[in-house]
Design a protein around this ligand. Structure first.
Ligand code: KG4
Ligand code: ZN
Length: 403
């Protein structure tokens, strides 16, 4: 089955084409990435210290056609195509109508569609939430437009499910040499599965008894952990996104054994539930830093180290508590913050002491938002009974979509 995935929920415009097969017993699917293109808007949002939804939407509209063209170009030799035919006028009008609120999008997309034949793709997987609604809408309209043009049905995908399945991709070292994106992958997941999802918008612990059957057992009551990283970074005068910046300073502090001038709280670490809270931690950084006055470079590194320590202690503490209660066979960490090396290392050690639990960590560039994970989630949905829908049927963007 060939699936094209589209992701525009935040500040990454991404399109990927994957080939997915069920495997012998359906338990061990294999994936091959045929094409993958991503444009990160980070440089644009950096100057404002965060993501502006309307600006993100405009950037998606500008970049979707070039990104589609790049992904298709990469997949050109592995996909098959019908002969090239211009779009019938009625279809062209339908696409123009669908994209009428998206600036120049149809003016760019239609010539592109007229320039290539219909590719043999089985389904288009499209993120419809959670995320920034204006950004989600443009991705959905674009997905429907190419679905209409090529007669390919759609499968709407929850972005957080994408972050869970991102850990299924196991890099095949042998194919890495030829092409970074051509990865054959398969991971066996035994259920129950526990997922710790840590991103800029979410901090959740999720239990799944099977694919498509998720229960959120704990979540943040205020800020998400990535958001806390970004806010703490801003307080320390570091650029957006703050996660990688704090991680870098914290690592330098650990190497040089620089201690923190502040002690920070581990919010809710002893609470009986699986919820999190990170806004108090950010406030503690704010007041602590205010008290210290102008920070030296060393002090900044020390604070970054203590911040990362506090976050990691909390995330791991709650994960262990959930393992004790739910006895999962597989643990997955997903979302942008799962790229954090220190969190990964500490999690490997903590889970390692608990016996035969399989811990799956996503490849670094699949931790943050991408379209490969959306395409894989599309496959998982379709191979577990979900149905595609005609591109003519509307899909509503849902900023607060739950798992
Ligand atoms: O999943 P993601 O790409 O987008 C959302 O869906 O939110 O996550 C982005 C978040 C940002 O807050 C960023 O600061 C954080 O992930 N992040 C990190 C690291 N890389 C990205 N946080 C800590 N350490 C990192 N290495
Ligand atoms: Zn995300």
């Amino acid at each position: 089955m060939i699936i094209l995935g589209i992701e525009t929920s935040c500040d990454e415009t991404a399109i990927a084409i994957i080939e997915a097969n069920k495997g012998d017993n359906g338990l061990e699917p294999s994936f091959r990435v045929l094409g993958n293109a991503l444009f990160s808007q980070i440089e644009i949002h950096k100057q404002y210290g965060g993501v502006f939804p309307i600006m993100a939407k405009r950037e998606h509209a500008k970049n979707l056609t070039p990104i589609l063209s790049r992904a298709m170009e990469e997949a050109r030799n592995t996909l098959t195509f019908d002969a090239r035919l211009p779009l019938p006028t009625a279809k062209e009008d339908e696409i123009k109508k669908l994209l009428e609120r998206e600036d120049n999008l149809s003016a760019e997309l239609i010539p592109f569609l007229n320039g290539i034949g219909k590719p043999h793709i089985d389904a288009i997987a499209i993120t419809y939430g959670p995320g920034l609604e204006p950004a989600l809408w443009v991705g959905i309209s674009f997905a429907r437009a190419i679905g209409l043009a090529w007669n390919i049905p759609l499968i709407p995908i929850n972005h957080m499910e994408g972050h869970i399945v991102a850990a299924l991709l196991k890099r095949d070292i042998s194919s890495l040499e030829n092409n970074e994106t051509e990865i054959v992958a398969s991971e066996i997941v035994r259920f129950p599965l526990l997922a710790l999802l840590v991103s800029g918008g979410h901090t959740e612990l999720v239990i799944a008894d099977n694919w498509l059957s998720y229960t959120v057992i704990g979540k943040t009551r205020d800020d998400a952990v990535g958001e806390a990283y970004d806010k703490a970074a801003r307080i320390l005068g570091l650029p957006y996104p703050g996660g990688p910046e704090i991680a870098r300073l914290a690592e330098e502090a650990r190497i040089a054994n620089i201690q923190s001038p502040l002690t920070l709280p581990r919010p809710m670490i002893h609470s009986k539930d699986f919820d999190f809270s990170f806004s108090g931690l950010k406030t503690a950084v704010l007041y602590g830093v205010k008290k210290l006055g102008e920070l030296s470079a060393e002090q900044k590194k020390g604070v970054a180290r203590e911040f990362e320590e506090a976050v990691t202690d909390t995330l791991i503490g709650k994960t262990i508590k959930a393992i004790e209660q739910y006895a999962p066979d597989t643990i997955i960490i997903g979302g942008g913050v799962s790229a954090n090396t220190y969190l990964q290392k500490k999690m490997i050690t903590a889970v390692g002491t608990l016996g035969a639990i399989k811990l799956l960590l996503p490849d670094r560039n699949l931790s943050t938002d991408n379209a490969i994970m959306i395409a894989i989630a599309g496959f998982i949905n379709l191979s577990h009974g979900e149905k595609t829908q005609d591109a003519g049927i509307p899909i509503r963007a849902q900023g607060n979509l739950k798992l």
